[in-house]
Design a protein around this ligand. Structure first.
Ligand code: GLN
Ligand code: ZN
Length: 767
């Protein structure tokens, strides 16, 4: 029997029940028993839907109160000192304190700051970074996994616990505190202390009656240093003597140079991602020892599209001939990264809906593929295949997807279209003449505080409670307020404040052809936070101007320069569910042309400065270095195509809100924006080190204060940061601005901070 299994199911619930329960618990509106009861219900219903969909072996351990990496830290007793009180056993309060920080009077760990959070591989999920010390010891400190296994067994399920493997867990963590300075110490040294815990866990699971355990080692798809590869052999040789059949799961990429290593580890099975890396299949088949199970991930766990079952079945049939019962099937990765249940969507048109599959439907697809080889004569399988074929045919032929005008435009792109007319030196001279800005020009990143009144107005308009005219007036009034204030503050380049925007991607996606929106397509981003990415389903174009009216209105209120504000093609793509039938690169180019039209229209409307935000530029970098250059080339090209339709006199800004620039600085320069604003204040201008090796040629606004905190920076602090910046970047090319947009802030601190910022710029001008 070819087994259908799942690597993990979304935990948030189809109506985000977990999010609501967590937030109620944090507010004190729900007690711990209430929260636990909701978690239990969700787990039970998730196992049930997976089983009903046809999954034979159900994951346990994919549930988490906040984050699965954090659960592991508690399990292993990796609990930083600041969250320990009298060495008491960790509680749910400890867990949430580690995730969110604790306020002063908190009984468990008053005043302790939260652990750092960072992106889980190349997904939009964020995990809590384990904190190690050089003398880190590990101790089984949290029984959640065992309890959940019992819970599932009591419900009569056949289960497979899921744990993060020891190497991946260590890789994700950081040495903190004083120990991080000690370069002789390597976190890999902790492995020998950690492994006995895995032994203990496997023994307990075996005693509970578990047969298989899934050990996630996604770092096997990264460029791994040789010591880490060696450590894999050592670790799994040691774990070999422990009970349970072990399935190592890899995902998000191909094994490449670690393929032989992964195939040869002394475990009972290997899962590979054939959505991201289909090319690894024949080699794995060749190299896999004849005792091992091979689990194939053919259903995409990262996207919302229905699987092309016929195509997947070709591989499944081939693998089945070679492996027989040693073939297992699963989604490519945990379904944590896809929305929960397509059936919940009540407002998608039938055709579009027929093209999609969320987690529940993906489980059914995996089960269908398994049945296709287990019961080749099944009429249900035949029906599912026929339906899948019909879906593919309808997508291939759909005029909603394939737009001749868009394709004609793409085909007509010439190299000159991605090139400003004159080089930067000439452009900037013309821009300076036209803009007439002082030295150290001041500006902001685009958004101003999104007050409850603004959100209410947007909501009322959506619900039809405000007329178009009333809504426009409400937004105009916000714009007037923002413009008046910026004039009073003495800012040089003004913004309209983005009051009309719910989200920097969704706002534009809603106005482009080729995007669709779900009502319940939420995916966990971190903790209780979920995102609902828009879905790119067809060729993209801009039917009409998107921002020109708002920006022109704002410009009409002032004699100062008003900056137009757009989201760039790479960010639009990265924060959407992309199509799976054409490349990301091609979608970025379509977006580029659509946004380019807006840039040109803004210029025609008299806007002299246009900012194209690329907040997600860096996060698109492939996991492996070998993929970087290709990505950087097309991403840079897409930005340039967006920005290059204007005259030299028009100044193009871009914005990126993070500071890891060192390895991509040349591509950032190649984007050739006239001005870039970036985050720097949190790292104390550390970022500027990147500019020591590389002379960034254009103008730059290193963020002078952290917008994530309500703290108001002093004039002196800002001056000091700018003096630091001026050591690396010629003063005549420096701008003065905050780290990022101000929409999450309140007005009082925003005003106070901007007063100091403008004063700091004036001090530097010597005025
Ligand atoms: N213009 C956007 C804003 O100011 C930029 C947001 C971002 O970079 N994340 O909100
Ligand atoms: Zn930003």
């Amino acid at each position: 029997m070819t087994l259908a299994h799942n690597l993990g199911f979304p935990r948030i619930g189809r109506d985000r029940e977990l999010k609501k329960a967590q937030e109620a618990f944090w507010k004190g509106d729900l007690d711990e028993d209430g929260l636990r009861a909701i978690g239990k219900q969700l787990r039970a219903s998730h196992w049930q839907v997976q089983k009903e969909a046809g999954i034979d072996l159900l994951p346990v351990g994919d549930f988490a109160w906040y984050d699965q990496v954090l659960t592991h830290s508690l399990t292993f007793g990796v609990i930083p000192e600041r969250f320990r009180k009298d060495n008491a056993k960790p509680t749910l309060q400890t867990l949430f304190a580690m995730a969110r920080g604790a306020v002063g009077h908190d009984s468990c760990c008053g005043g302790a700051h939260a652990q750092e959070m960072t992106k889980w591989f190349d997904t939009n999920y964020h995990y809590l970074v384990p904190e190690f010390t050089a003398d880190q010891r590990f101790e089984l400190s949290w029984n959640q996994l065992f309890e959940e296994v019992d819970e599932a067994l009591a419900l009569g399920h056949r289960v497979k616990p899921v744990v993060i493997g020891p190497l991946t867990y260590l890789w994700l963590g950081k040495i903190k505190g004083a120990d991080s300075e000690d370069k002789s110490f390597d976190k890999l040294d902790l492995l020998e202390h950690l492994l006995p815990l895995y032994g203990e866990i496997f023994q307990r699971l075996a005693a509970q009656g578990v047969e298989w355990v899934q050990i996630d080692e996604p770092i096997l798809v990264l460029d791994l240093p040789q010591e880490w590869k060696n450590a894999f052999e050592r670790a799994y040789n040691l774990l070999q003597k422990e009970p349970l059949k072990k399935l190592i799961a890899t995902y998000f990429g191909g094994l490449e140079d670690s393929l032989g290593l992964a195939a040869g580890l002394p475990v009972d099975g290997l899962h590979i991602d054939l959505v991201r890396a289909p090319e690894q299949y024949p080699t794995i088949l060749d190299r896999l020892p004849s005792y091992k199970v091979l689990s194939l991930g053919l259903v995409n766990g990262r996207n919302v599209w229905r699987c092309d079952l016929e195509k997947a079945l070709e591989v499944v049939r081939h693998a089945h001939e070679h492996l027989g019962d040693r073939l297992w099937l699963a989604p490519s990765c945990s379904l944590l990264h896809s929305p929960v249940d397509l059936d919940r969507e009540d407002q998608l048109d039938a055709e579009l809906k027929s093209w999609l599959a969320f987690a529940v439907q993906k489980c059914a697809e995996v089960a269908t593929l398994a049945r296709a080889v287990n019961q080749p004569d099944s009429t249900e399988v035949a029906a599912a295949l026929a339906e899948s074929r019909a879906v593919q045919a309808s997508r291939d032929a759909s005029t909603r997807i394939h737009k001749p005008q868009v394709q004609a435009r793409l085909a007509a792109i010439r190299p000159a279209d991605s090139q400003r007319h004159a080089p930067f030196a000439e452009r900037i001279a013309r821009q300076r003449a036209g803009l007439n800005l002082p030295a150290f020009p001041t500006t902001t990143i685009g958004s101003f505080p999104q007050t409850p009144a603004i959100r209410l107005a947007r909501q009322s308009f959506r619900q039809g409670k405000l007329s178009q005219a009333e809504y426009t007036e409400a937004m105009h009034s916000e714009i007037r307020h923002a413009v008046r204030l910026q004039e009073q503050l003495g800012l040089d380049v003004l913004v309209h404040g983005e009051a009309e925007r719910n989200d920097m991607v969704e706002y534009f996606a809603e106005q482009l052809d080729g995007y669709a929106f779900t009502r319940f397509g939420w995916v966990q981003s971190y903790g209780s936070r979920c995102v609902k990415p828009a879905v790119i389903y067809g060729d993209l174009s801009r039917p009409r101007a998107m921002t020109v009216d708002w920006i022109s209105y704002a410009q009409g209120l002032t004699n100062k320069v008003m900056k137009g504000m757009l989201t760039g093609p790479v960010t639009m793509l990265m924060w959407s569910f992309p199509r799976d039938d054409i490349s990301r690169e091609e979608q970025a180019r379509q977006l580029a042309l659509a946004i380019r039209d807006e840039v040109v229209d803004l210029e025609a409307a008299g806007i002299k400065v246009i900012q194209i935000d690329e907040a997600a530029f860096r996060e698109g970098l492939p996991l492996r270095r070998s993929g970087w250059q290709h990505y950087l080339d097309w991403a840079t090209e897409a930005f340039r195509l967006t920005a290059s339709g204007v005259r030299d006199e028009t100044q193009i800004h871009t914005h990126m809100c993070y500071s890891e620039f060192n390895d991509v600085i040349e591509s950032i320069a190649a984007m050739d924006a006239d001005v870039i604003t970036i985050e720097t204040s949190r790292s104390d201008m550390e970022l500027l080190e990147a500019f020591e090796q590389f002379a960034y040629p254009n103008e730059i606004g290193p963020g002078v204060y952290d917008i994530h905190s309500p703290r108001v920076p002093s004039q002196a602090q800002i001056v000091e940061l700018l003096r630091k910046a001026a050591q690396r970047i010629p003063a005549e090319r420096l701008w003065v601005n905050p780290d990022c947009g101000l929409k999450t802030r309140a007005w009082p601190e925003t005003e106070a901070a901007l007063v100091n910022m403008v004063a700091a710029a004036r001090e530097l001008r010597g005025a």
